[in-house]
Design a protein around this ligand. Structure first.
Ligand code: HAM
Length: 425
């Protein structure tokens, strides 16, 4: 093992893997365009305040997982652990609350959480997220969920299950927190250390704890989970009716609270049985108070993020074939200094004409160059040596039929383009 290796929880993606990432990216972008979402790109580093003011003091992310540092200017900086807070910051910074009506954004990129690495859990991972600002309609909730399911369907992930909950508005939450506080206080001694603290800061988080001893107590919880006010209840019923109309299947999960505190009303997660312990492919929900909480006016909002590593794992599990790495169209094999220079010129001419062109620039025996071309799998090889230079021709070898023909150098680009059309048709 070399002495310099990637940090725990981070990994390299080599070309065999990036081909698949690019395919997922392209397929997702095509779907997002159909739903009229536009891409935003926000910085990977943000003022720590962006996350500290939004995600919730009792969340695992804020308590334990943020990569925080002081930059050279003495600012408290964080590597972004998620995209929603950055999106809200950008929405307000650019005054979109004043000028734009409905804003529909998506983003794709790395996020950072200092978690204990395990299968499906990295310290640097990638999310594809969407955020919609300016709609309070329950139909918007349903359409955002429909988009999530459509994305998974297009990527070939069929076995994902949708879990839904309604967390209510701030007042509903307060009532639920009160009931849970009373309940968990009776069992405080049996809770894990983290949950004992959660009991003080946000007992809803206890419902989410993965520790077995806490789950045993959670199972005994009989506090009412449906204490929704009339407005939240009407919203909830309208979301469910819209999902029914769209034929989207879901399961109500009253324990679903999500790992972030900004959610109001609809919260959802998609899980996949092929992922093991970390089975959430993605999740999201409404966050109608967050824009205000971050210093803006009251703007209803909703979104979700998919964890792309997990989506790829689920695709593997479903047997979606790996993306083939496309070989170059042509390989140039040149022998001798003058032929190599000519080869360099021809390569550029071919590339300008749209042809993907490979071949080494270091002097190598012809046999080795042909072997390399064959290994790459390109359909055509152009041979250039003293003979070709003297006659001002190029030899084109068809790697499939092994037939060779000499064509004038001046017309070789057109000839290659013509032949590739037949190869690719
Ligand atoms: P989240 O549930 O924290 O939500 O993350 C969304 C997804 O990111 C998870 O379901 C999972 O697939 C993936 N993920 C999270 N942490 C890791 C990790 N350490 N390693 C691998 N994958 C991970 C959010 O981040 C919200 N911002 C989603 C949202 C958008 N809500 C509203 N808008």
């Amino acid at each position: 093992m070399p002495s310099l290796v990637a940090l725990p929880g981070t990994s390299d993606l080599l070309p065999e893997e990036t081909a698949r990432w690019q395919a997922v990216d392209a397929a997702a972008r095509a779907i997002l365009a159909r739903y009229d979402y536009r891409e935003i790109r926000t910085p990977i580093i943000e003022s720590a305040e962006v996350f500290l003011r939004s995600l919730g003091d009792a969340t695992e992310i804020v308590q334990k997982q943020m990569y925080l540092f002081t930059d050279r200017g003495g600012r408290q900086v964080a590597l972004r652990p998620e995209g929603t807070a950055s999106a809200v910051r950008a929405y307000l910074e650019h005054g979109l609350d004043k000028t734009a009506g409905l804003v529909k954004w998506y983003y794709v990129g790395p996020m950072f959480r200092a978690e204990r690495p395990q299968k499906g859990r990295q310290r640097q991972f990638h999310q594809l997220g969407v955020e919609v600002f300016g709609s309070a309609s329950p139909l918007q909730d349903a359409e955002v969920i429909a988009l999530l399911m459509h994305l998974l369907e297009v990527l070939g992930v069929k076995g994902a299950a949708l879990k839904l909950n309604n967390l209510g508005c701030r007042q509903d939450r307060a009532a639920r927190v009160e009931a849970l506080t009373a309940f968990f206080s009776q069992h405080v001694g049996d809770l894990c250390e983290d949950c004992q603290q959660r009991l003080r800061v946000n007992p809803l988080r206890i419902l989410d704890c993965k520790q077995e001893k806490c789950q045993r107590i959670v199972a005994k919880d009989r506090t009412p989970d449906t204490g929704l006010c009339a407005d939240c209840l009407a919203h909830w019923q309208a979301v469910l009716a819209a999902l029914d109309a769209l034929n989207i299947r879901y399961e109500r999960d009253v324990r679903l609270v999500r790992g972030l505190d900004y959610y109001t009303r609809t919260a959802f997660e998609v899980v996949h049985p092929g992922l093991g312990a970390q089975d959430a492919l993605g999740g999201g929900g409404r966050y109608d108070d967050l824009v205000q909480q971050m210093g803006g006016p009251s703007v209803p909002a909703i979104g979700f993020a998919l964890g792309l590593e997990r989506v790829l794992m689920a695709m593997d599990h479903e047997g979606v074939p790996a993306e083939p790495v496309r070989p170059p169209d042509v390989c140039i094999a040149a022998l001798g200094e003058a032929a190599q220079i000519k080869g360099l010129v021809v390569r550029q001419d071919l590339r300008r004409a749209g042809v993907a062109c490979a071949g080494e620039l270091d002097p190598r025996p012809l046999k080795r160059q042909l072997e390399a071309a064959s290994k790459l799998g390109c359909p055509l090889v152009l041979l250039l040596g003293d003979d070709e230079l003297a006659k001002e021709v190029v030899t084109i070898r068809d790697m499939q039929t092994r037939s060779q023909a000499q064509v004038p150098q001046a017309g070789c680009v057109n000839e290659v383009v013509r032949r590739l059309k037949t190869v690719n048709s």
